[in-house]
Design a protein around this ligand. Structure first.
Ligand code: FAD
Length: 525
């Protein structure tokens, strides 16, 4: 006990220098330290589960998996690593592991299973009372689906959602968290007031726009590089009861983008959608893709296929819009919807409508997940590519990618395409948007599923070709949920912000211990 106490005290003082690496590369002392050792697992069952991610494009086992009960446990682990000799070991917080390029892996190090913290008493506290704007304090490990459930008990909900809710708060805030509400409220990171963060030196810091603001702005969209987010204060709004959910079909990309941009503009604020997204369906997928989807029946898909062949368009585009309402809404939703649709130029008669509860709407991808799981195509490789494309080049992108590069391809998956207002993003945060001086940019997501090894290779080549084409054509895209193979690539990604990023890294994670799977900074001894 005395030896243990001594080693713990010296660790706290930052003096511990474990003499020899052991246990597959991790220092032996790690396994002697009661507060950490009892929560570490090194067996293959545990490490195999965190050796890859949703994307299944990369695989690498950590030496151990850590199951913290509290932020203090994470701080102790990180401090131990920082003090290890001859070199620290990498530490990767893992939420749901729903990234796709190994971003949550920690080869040779320790994966922190963030979800362990939420077990037992969920760390979600809603503050609904008082004159101040309501908010929820949610642990970084919490699923957005659980945050929604807790907020709804008070008639409230966060304002911006990702399309899929089984992602963690820390995982999406480390990127940006985008979805159909972002045109109004900005990404999820723009709707956060305060964070608790465990830095790469093992310090536990509370930060906000006024307090330790460099860490606050750095951690939001920070790809896990400056600290582990253990709590976020997220703004709430009154939750609607129901949602009128529509898809409007277009064969002409100019009409499609014009209407999308109208719908996210101030002109459509009074009578407008609360959610605006869009999809592109390549022509060939009507013949070769699924015969029905959770949204479109077989009959509807047949009508759309006929529209595609009648108009000779290489793709059909859908605006996906949603209008929130409650029974007591001043203007009936039917009337409001009719007034809005009157101003749009979709193909006459091609309106597809659903009326669902708010929760059914927000949790809609869960239905798709169930269908894909039952068909055995959820747990397959996902070579996804997400880009932010400047508005001025979106039609060029459409011509060269959808009607050019991908014309004869028919990968399984979906393509999203929708605009966002740049002034809703805070450039002090780490997340990147296209640098062009334009007020609107498009999120374009190529969400492929690869059903064979050959397809993984083919899709990877296609993704490279898309990036190459943008490069050569001077379409200044930014990757969202970015992946770059070299530090050069990262420097180009961050552009003018690179200096600031390197400075923050040197201050908050000087040994580059955290989230090594992003491959931005090499571990330092
Ligand atoms: P992980 O994959 O576990 O981690 C991602 C990265 O963040 C890793 O580098 C990890 O080390 C780091 N990290 C994890 N937790 C923390 C923490 N608490 N503090 C600091 N760093 C941390 N994104 C959108 O914006 N909009 C969408 O609509 C959307 N839809 C999606 C739908 C599906 C089906 C999937 C699979 C992904 C989708 N995403 C979307 C992407 C998703 O937001 C990111 O991949 C996100 O990182 C996943 O969260 P996670 O909890 O699984 O994080």
């Amino acid at each position: 006990l005395a030896a243990l106490l001594t080693s713990f005290l010296s660790l706290a003082a930052g003096q511990l220098r474990p003499p020899l690496p052991a246990a597959g590369g991790l220092p032996v002392e790690l396994f002697n330290l009661q507060c950490i050792a009892s929560r570490l697992r090194t067996d293959r069952d545990a490490t195999a589960k965190v050796s890859t991610d949703f994307g299944q494009m990369v695989s690498a086992a950590p030496e151990a998996v850590f199951h913290p009960r509290s932020p203090a446990d994470i701080a102790a682990l990180v401090r131990f690593s920082a003090a290890s000799s001859p070199a620290p070991f990498p530490v990767a917080p893992r939420g749901q592991g729903h990234s796709w390029r190994g971003q949550s892996l920690a080869p040779g190090g320790v994966v922190v299973d963030m979800r362990s913290m939420g077990r037992g008493a969920p760390r979600i506290n809603v503050s609904a009372a008082g004159a101040a704007a309501p908010y929820v304090d949610a642990g970084g490990e919490q699923l957005w689906a659980d945050v929604l459930r807790a907020a709804l008990r008070h008639g409230l909900a966060p304002r911006v959602w990702t399309d899929y809710l089984r992602l963690t708060v820390g995982g999406t805030l480390s990127n940006a968290g985008i979805g159909g509400q972002a045109f109004r409220h900005g990404p999820q990171i723009a709707n956060v007031d305060e964070l608790d963060v465990v830095t790469g030196t093992g310090e536990m810091v509370t930060c906000s726009r006024d307090k330790n603001s460099d860490l606050f702005f750095g951690a939001l969209g920070g790809l896990g590089q400056f600290g582990v987010i253990t709590r976020a204060r997220i703004l709430l709004e009154p939750a609607p009861k129901r949602v009128r959910w529509v898809r409007l079909a277009y064969s002409d990309v100019v009409a499609f983008t014009k209407d999308q941009e109208f719908l996210i503009s101030d002109r459509a604020r009074e009578i407008g959608f609360d959610y605006v997204e869009g999809q592109v369906q390549l022509n060939r997928s009507f013949a070769e893709g699924p015969k029905s989807t959770p949204f479109f029946s077989e009959a509807n898909l047949n009508r759309l296929a006929k529209l595609a062949s009648r108009t000779g368009s290489a793709a059909i585009y859908y605006i996906e819009g949603a209008m929130y309402y409650s029974e007591d809404t001043a203007m009936p939703v039917d009337q409001k919807m009719e007034a809005l649709l009157d101003q749009l130029s979709f193909e006459p008669g091609f309106v597809f409508t659903k009326d669902v509860t708010y929760v059914q709407f927000l949790d809609r991808v869960r239905e798709e997940e169930k269908v894909l799981r039952s068909a055995g195509v959820w747990e397959v490789p996902h070579p996804w590519l997400n880009l932010f494309v400047p508005r001025s080049r979106i039609l060029d992108f459409d011509t060269s990618v959808f009607k050019g590069l991908l014309k004869d391809a028919n990968p399984a998956g979906i393509i999203l395409m929708y605009p966002m207002n740049k002034d809703k993003w805070d450039n002090r945060m780490t997340a990147m948007t296209p640098t062009d001086d334009e007020d609107v940019f498009y999120a374009v997501s190529l969400l492929w599923s690869a059903l064979s090894v050959d397809e993984v290779m083919r899709l990877e080549k296609e993704n490279e070709a898309v990036l190459d084409l943008c490069d050569k054509a001077g379409i200044k895209c930014k990757q969202y949920l970015p992946h770059h193979k070299s530090q050069d690539g990262w420097q180009r990604h961050f552009g003018d912000k690179w200096g600031k990023i390197a400075e923050l890294k040197a201050k908050y994670d000087p040994q580059a211990i955290l989230s090594p799977g992003q491959k931005i900074f090499p571990l330092r001894g």
